[in-house]
Ligand binder design. Structure first.
Ligand SMILES: [Zn+2]
Ligand SMILES: [Zn+2]
Length: 347
């Protein structure tokens, strides 16, 4: 197999040839068809998340075909079937979290593309208990972002309860999926982007957002809830100021810069701040059912496997509007990096 490998945090990924993985009894051997690039991959590569196994194959938004089924796999997986592999890759199954439907909080959980080799590769193995069927209406490249941007976005939105007016801070891959779910559910979306990022604001309006503007701007109406997908601590007080009394601010990222000190009165009035950690298997099943019903227009930009570093750079620089997706069968585009930097915007 070929894989893009992280040997040390802070370094570029390196293309390497390795023996094909052999599935353990509980695993599936998967040929990777597409793997989306998530901000969490960037946090792993940059060393913001400090416990990766090394060397590591990143990538946790995997869509692939089953090549081999481990002998003790219970659920009905078949060779040739298309499956998705998300961030949550292992939980103990016995702790108080695992036995109460909160396995996303398991103390000994392991994560795909972090403690388990992931999908920036031609092949991978995954615990069948954490693999999901993918709705047929999405092809591989457009299905891959569902596995984290979609799933975490969905879990964040669930934490917003019945909110009718929802703010979104950071209008990237997760936001563009959440906005479409909200539109389907009749909720009004207010999109907050980096100051001056008119491309992202136009993109948000195209997806049906009621309003789009700078994250430094005041919300046009007091919001029932707001979701923060950008890893920027300064957005927490800004988001709180945008909420009505009793409103909820949901933080969807796994890593965030330090939250600045803030006056109590912006939290007062029973406003709630909470984070979202990982996903449960139920989230995966429920969200894939929703994605089968709602025709989500997923904005994906394909990259060849060995363009992973370019895709990460583009994400770091805020130059992607949808999601970058690595496609192992694709060959590297014969263009210079300057050209690549101009390929901004939805496919
Ligand atoms: Zn557990
Ligand atoms: Zn992710």
């Amino acid at each position: 197999m070929r894989a893009m490998v992280l040997e040390k945090a802070g370094e570029a990924l390196r293309l390497s040839e390795r023996p094909d993985p052999v599935p353990a009894a509980h695993q599936l051997l998967i040929e990777v068809c597409a793997c989306a690039v998530c901000r969490t991959d960037l946090h792993v590569v940059d060393g913001d998340l400090t416990h990766p196994k090394l060397p590591l194959v990143p990538g946790h938004e995997i869509v692939g075909r089953v090549l081999e089924v481990g002998r003790s796999v219970q659920a009905g997986f078949k060779v040739g079937q298309r499956v998705g592999v998300p961030w949550l890759g292992f939980t103990c199954g016995t702790c108080s979290y695992c036995t109460s439907g909160q396995e996303n909080l398991c103390d000994t959980a392991q994560f795909t593309g972090y403690q388990i080799d992931g999908g920036f590769a031609t092949h991978t193995v995954a615990d069948a208990r954490y693999c999901f069927a993918i709705p047929d209406r999405y092809d591989d490249v457009h299905a891959a972002p569902l596995l984290c941007a979609g799933l975490i976005g969905y879990r964040a939105l669930k934490a917003a309860g019945e909110a009718r007016s929802v703010g979104i801070y950071g209008f990237g891959a997760a936001a563009h999926i959440v906005a479409q779910i909200c539109r389907h559910q009749g909720r009004a979306i207010y999109a907050f982007t980096r100051d001056g990022d008119t491309a992202a604001q136009d993109f948000a309006r195209d997806l049906g957002c009621t309003w789009a503007g700078s994250s430094l701007a005041a919300a046009p109406v007091p919001l029932d809830a707001a979701l923060v997908f950008a890893p920027v601590g300064e957005l927490v007080p800004l988001g709180l100021r945008a909420l009505r009394k009793g409103g909820t601010l949901v933080l969807g990222g796994i890593h965030m810069s330090t939250i600045p000190a803030m006056p109590y009165d912006i939290l007062w009035g029973e406003r709630v701040v909470r984070s979202i950690a990982n996903l449960t298997r139920k989230d995966g099943v429920d969200f894939m059912k929703l994605a089968a019903e709602v025709p989500l227009e997923i904005h994906s930009e394909p990259f060849a496997l060995d363009e992973a570093n370019i895709a990460l750079d583009r994400l770091r620089a805020g130059q992607l509007t949808g999601a970058a997706v690595l496609v192992p069968s694709q060959t590297r585009k014969d263009v210079d990096p300057g050209q690549l930097a101009k390929r901004v915007g939805p496919a």
